[in-house]
Design a protein around this ligand. Structure first.
Ligand SMILES: [Zn+2]
Length: 269
């Protein structure tokens, strides 16, 4: 499932491609992917331009020139492709927007969605999300005070969107590895140094993943060499049996709080 870095990568790459451009046509192939009837949806989007693209947690918000917002969550299996009709992947497309000849395709939106909101309802919809971990105003002491009220495992906490937003199964494992902490560790057992390492690992892992285009490998457009480059840099996620990059012990796969976890039992404590 795309997490914060994958969505930030989409935001970075899509901005120069579609911001300022007008939606000249749209097609809805799966009505369940949107939240209003297709006719008003098309009426509200065709003719609008994309003013800017914002990311909040694992969502993208496409701000339209009309003041409305298209709110995207890709959930499990969703992705996007931008290009000519002749370049599009041979996959089922749920929604597409044309910008003249070029089109933005939404693919694999079975659990995911693209919802039309006004600014207020979008804000309301996102209001229960925890802070953005990379926001400049989110400090170590903010993080520590959020940790205090938790007794759950590190894994369950990191993926809890009310605690911090945007982290899922992949990056929670990568963060635990870099911090040297076991995913099953109970939060109330973390010392001050461990809390600091965890905070630094969150920044280090998410920033590195954004820099390398996230771990999802489908390119956004023909010639996109950035998207998915982080996949080869994952130290533990989906690396069961591979030697640990720090100590050489095999990476373990185990379920913690009924979630898939990959970690090293030798150098995570
Ligand atoms: Zn190790």
């Amino acid at each position: 499932m795309p997490e914060l870095p994958e969505m930030e990568n989409y935001r970075n790459l899509l901005g120069p491609l579609i911001c300022g451009k007008t939606i000249t046509a749209a097609q809805i192939n799966r009505v369940k992917s949107i939240n209003v009837d297709p006719t008003p949806f098309l009426k509200e989007t065709i003719g609008c331009s994309i003013v800017n693209i914002e990311r909040r947690a694992k969502h993208l918000l496409f701000h339209l020139s009309s003041g409305k917002v298209l709110l995207l969550h890709l959930m499990l299996g969703g992705w996007m492709f931008y290009g000519l009709e002749s370049e599009k992947p041979d996959r089922t497309i749920q929604v597409e927007f044309s910008f003249g000849e070029q089109k933005l395709y939404f693919i694999g939106l079975r659990l995911g969605y693209l919802h039309l909101h006004d600014n207020e309802s979008a804000k309301q919809f996102l209001s229960k999300l925890g802070p953005e971990p990379l926001a400049a105003h989110f400090t170590l002491s903010d993080f520590q005070s959020r940790l205090k009220v938790r007794r759950t495992s590190l894994k369950a906490t990191l993926v809890d969107q009310g605690f911090l937003s945007g982290i899922g199964n992949c990056y929670s494992d990568e963060i635990c590895f870099i911090a040297g902490l076991l995913p099953a560790r109970s939060l109330n057992t973390l010392g001050t140094d461990e809390q600091t390492h965890l905070f630094q690992a969150i920044h280090g892992v998410l920033n590195e993943a954004i820099q390398y285009g996230g771990y999802m490998e489908s390119p956004l457009y023909v010639g996109d060499r950035l998207t998915g480059q982080f996949n080869n840099r994952c130290r533990v996620y989906d690396c069961e049996g591979n030697p640990c990059t720090r100590c050489g012990s095999p990476i373990i796969f185990h379920e913690v709080a009924s979630r898939k976890c990959f970690y090293c039992t030798e150098c995570q404590h």
